[in-house]
Design a protein around this ligand. Structure first.
Ligand code: GBH
Length: 508
């Protein structure tokens, strides 16, 4: 069958927006955004969670303290030429020693939830799961208790890219199926130690980025590109199985007692077809399957998307019957990290790596006439496209049977010096993206919460400390002092009312 025909089930949805000409389309979207300058808490359901997110390697530091073992990011960041400013996360923003101050800040800014990740090698220094490092357990117990004391709900990510180095050196990390077993022991340990107080778990953050940047383009740890046509698909496969195994352990051992929920975080740039041509519509549909379908199709439909199976052939591993059973509906919620969007055209990929080449598409920022998809943030890849988040949310809800969704990351980074503290562009970004999220809820998507990325300026992976995603500015030259930016105060005002209600309830 012709590929365009097999992919056509997406067309009605994708082409809705493309009934108008490009420039009209952009104007229409901009107009919609500006209609809703005054987004407020009442635009969201009463129990909607507003939170803020971080990850362990990006903020903790204390890389050799508390019995922590090395991770692949320690090794990678200390490798010449990998990090743009030659920095690393050895100290990061010293959250390990300042967690109390940081949790006070989260409370003062009025957030209901805090999403953070556990460093696997603080719990099992060599990753093997033979001996728990009690100091690591104590550190996260302290964080959880401090959060609960302030009425902040913890959302824990088990894996945000910092694989214990030993697991990589000894057995190849995510490309070896054995990793599933070690991840299961680690997840089980975390559920058992923290699950009496933690009710929201995320197994893995953005498995796509680990697969593609870790094993194909090599710009992230472990920086592999030697077997780019097979390793990314293996790394993805084993992450999916690791997720599903952890999910199933929670169901059988903890769910009844603890009553929590377990989800997976995926990331997606919205793919807007660059024209109404069938090739472009098809390329945009493909692009979504290569991002979301890669991880969500196995869980919802038991297999990788057809377009991936056809294009990748035996480079794409297969699930056994038993694994398919394990995968079936193995999420309580979908976490979505959403930052930016692109126009997609059918083309030979100009980008490096097997993953991009296999998609035969080009990610376009400017239309031929020079009209840009959205304002550019400080990060090269980040264009401000509020309508994109609404489309991704609606797409997930339609394609995957309307699951509960949390927006687990969303932000742009501040750039000009004079906007470091008064980050106006970001305030506008949050306003418009949140207005778009509230519209997606009205459209019918079951969005339960929203987490801004990130609490603090921090170690932005390959970009080191050159990019600042924090709601709170960190003064790297002056003892890592914290200073909330305008965007932090903006959130405080947005969330204000329910915080008062919460406190009033408590004192009753
Ligand atoms: C998120 O990924 C991560 O979960 C979070 O840890 C991170 O801090 C945040 O984004 C902001 O980047 O070529 O070095 O410019 C979002 C997906 C994948 C977007 C990598 C940026 C290019 C990195 N990201 N991509 S680089």
């Amino acid at each position: 069958m012709n590929e365009f025909v097999t992919e056509s089930y997406y067309f009605p949805f994708l082409s809705l927006a493309k009934m108008v000409k490009k420039d009209e389309f952009l104007k229409q979207n901009e107009h919609q955004e500006s209609n809703n300058k005054q987004v407020s808490r009442s635009d969201f359901p009463p129990d909607f969670i507003f939170g803020v997110a971080t990850s362990a390697y990006q903020i903790e530091g204390a890389c050799k303290e508390g019995g922590r073992g090395a991770s692949i990011w320690d090794a990678f960041s200390h490798t010449e030429g990998k990090i743009i400013d030659k920095s690393n996360g050895d100290v990061a923003v010293d959250h390990y020693h300042r967690y109390k101050e940081d949790i006070d800040l989260i409370a003062k800014l009025g957030f209901d939830g805090y999403r953070f990740s556990i460093s696997w090698s603080r719990i099992f220094p060599d990753g093997l799961g033979t001996k728990v490092n009690e100091e690591g357990i104590t550190f996260y117990n302290n964080i959880i208790d401090a959060l609960l004391e302030k009425g902040i709900t913890p959302y824990i990510t088990l894996y945000h890219w910092d694989l214990p180095l030993h697991l990589h050196d000894k057995m190849g990390g995510w490309v070896n199926k054995e990793i599933v077993k070690y991840f299961a022991i680690y997840a089980d340990t975390c559920f058992s130690c923290f699950g009496d107080r933690v009710k929201k778990w995320i197994t893995i953050n953005e498995p796509l980025q680990t697969a593609v940047n870790g094993y194909d383009t090599g710009i992230f740890a472990p920086g592999r590109r030697q077997h780019s046509s097979t390793e990314p698909y293996l790394a993805a496969h084993h992450q999916i199985l690791a997720h599903a195994t952890a999910f199933s352990i929670y169901q059988s051992k903890y769910k009844d007692k603890q009553g929590g929920k377990v989800g997976l975080v995926v990331d997606c740039e919205w793919a807007e077809a660059n024209s109404d041509k069938i090739e472009d519509l098809s390329a945009a549909a493909r692009r979504l399957d290569f991002q979301l379908g890669w991880y969500l199709h196995p869980i919802y439909y038991g297999e990788y998307p057809e377009v991936m199976r056809k294009r990748l052939g035996d480079r794409l591993p297969e699930f056994t019957q038993e694994e398919k059973e394990l995968l079936k509906h193995a999420v309580d919620f979908v976490g979505l990290n959403q930052y930016t969007s692109r126009f997609i055209a059918h083309a030979t990929s100009p980008e490096e790596g097997d993953y991009y080449k296999s998609q035969e598409m080009e990610r376009i920022v400017e239309w031929e006439g020079g009209e840009i998809i959205g304002e550019k943030a400080a990060s090269e890849w980040l264009y401000v496209v509020p309508w994109g988040i609404r489309k991704v949310l609606n797409y997930i809800s339609k394609t995957y049977n309307n699951p509960p969704i949390f927006v687990t990351e969303n932000d742009n980074d501040t750039s000009p010096l004079h906007e470091m503290l008064d980050d106006k562009l970001r305030v506008r970004y949050f306003k418009e993206y949140l207005a778009a999220v509230s519209r997606a809820i009205k459209d019918g998507a079951d969005v339960r919460g929203y987490f801004a990325w990130s609490l603090l300026d921090n170690f932005e992976w390959a970009q080191g400390y050159t990019k600042r995603f924090g709601l709170v500015y960190v003064d790297y030259k002056n003892g890592l002092a914290r200073h909330p930016k305008s965007s932090a105060y903006w959130f405080l005002r947005l969330i204000e009312r329910p915080v008062k209600i919460r406190m009033a309830k408590k004192s009753n």
